[in-house]
Ligand binder design. Structure first.
Ligand SMILES: [Zn+2]
Length: 76
C-alpha cells in the first residue's frame, strides 16, 4: 500500500497594485509637504487668535521646513 500526494506551489510575481498606489500616495504627500506647503496643512496646531502662537509651537511645520532646507529646495 503506497500513498501518493501531489503538492501544488503557487507563486505570484510582481508587487500588488494596491501597495504601489498607497506608496505613490505617500510619496506625493511627502513631496507636497516638503516642497510646496507653506504651513497650511498643520495650521490647526497654531492658535486661531491670529497670534501665530509661541515660536516653535508648530513643530510639524518646522520639521517639514527643516526637511525642505536639508533637501536644498529654495525657500527664503
Ligand atoms: Zn525656509
Amino acid at each position: 500500500m503506497s500513498q501518493r500526494s501531489n503538492q501544488i506551489t503557487k507563486t505570484s510575481a510582481g508587487v500588488p497594485k494596491m501597495a504601489v498606489g498607497i506608496l505613490l500616495g505617500v510619496l506625493a504627500f511627502g513631496v507636497f509637504m516638503v516642497g510646496f506647503d507653506q504651513g497650511e496643512v498643520f495650521g490647526f496646531t497654531v492658535p486661531a487668535d491670529g497670534s501665530g502662537g509661541q515660536p516653535g509651537t508648530n513643530w510639524a511645520h518646522e520639521f517639514y521646513h527643516d526637511m525642505r532646507h536639508a533637501a536644498g529646495i529654495p525657500c527664503h
